[in-house]
Design a protein around this ligand. Structure first.
Ligand code: DC
Length: 237
């Protein structure tokens, strides 16, 4: 996917498309943002888009467990993602959704909504359009980027980490009461991963040509360094 546009000749490196997949708590967002910022690329959080549609369903009285109702409504909300890695944004029908999409209510409902094929088709099209418009390239994070959304990505990374490390990281991010409820956080993560990996339409999966990076024993800086090196190797190949 090295789309070389006419402005390309003035740039030192060709556009590069990087897909970063993996389960929750592996450091996908922090890694993706930092890699994009370091390399001057755009950044897209596809999980935030699934959360945004889920938030819209909840606030518009759609039963998220009714796949037919979710499918019928899938085309209604307008989701807009800002792709600056230092200040990513997300709006739904013009309203800032960055806060509401991180609530427990949305987290508990997002796997059901994202299993509905009509929701996936809609967001996959949107994600491809955003990636195609990124002039210097983009880092796209999610669950099915390497397998479905951008199968021709220049580089595919699949991040993993032990369930304990993932729960500890997620608890730390949530803060407050949840910071002490490690076992509960771990159980919720495992449940969501099982739903995301088990669904029929583009489940969470490692692409055959993805590079797997186990982040359990690595610091964020080490993971970022590793991915940046892999991108630079691809660029110079
Ligand atoms: O990355 P996250 O935890 O914010 O993602 C929220 C949910 O969205 C996740 O549980 C599954 C879904 N998702 C998806 O199905 N496909 C993607 N490409 C990204 C996220």
């Amino acid at each position: 996917m090295n789309n070389v546009g006419h402005a390309e000749t003035a740039r030192s490196a060709p556009a590069v498309v990087v897909g970063i997949d993996g389960p929750s708590g592996t450091g996908k967002s922090s890694t993706s943002k930092a890699v994009a910022a370091k390399l001057g690329l755009r950044y897209l959080d596809t999980g935030a888009q699934y959360r945004a549609i889920t938030w819209w369903m909840l606030t518009n009285g759609i039963d998220v467990n009714d796949a037919v109702a979710v499918a019928e409504a899938a085309g209604k909300p307008e989701v807009v993602s800002g792709t600056d890695p230092s200040a990513p944004t997300i709006t739904v029908d013009g309203a800032d959704a960055a806060g509401p999409i991180r609530t427990q209510e949305v987290t508990a409902a997002v796997s059901a909504v994202s299993a509905v094929p009509e929701v996936r088709t809609r967001l996959t099209e949107l994600q491809r359009a955003i990636a195609a418009e990124a002039p210097d390239g983009i880092v796209v994070e999610g669950r099915d980027i390497g397998t479905t959304v951008l199968p021709d990505a220049d580089l595919k990374i699949f991040l993993t980490a032990s369930p304990e490390a993932r729960a500890a990281r997620r608890s730390g991010e949530l803060g407050g009461k949840d910071a002490t409820d490690l076992a509960g956080t771990q159980a919720a993560l495992i449940k969501r991963d099982a739903a995301d990996s088990g669904r029929k339409t583009s489940p969470l999966a490692k692409a055959g040509d993805a590079v797997e990076v186990d982040t359990t024993e690595l610091t964020l800086d080490q993971v970022v360094e590793c991915v940046v090196t892999l991108v630079e190797e691809k660029r110079s190949a």
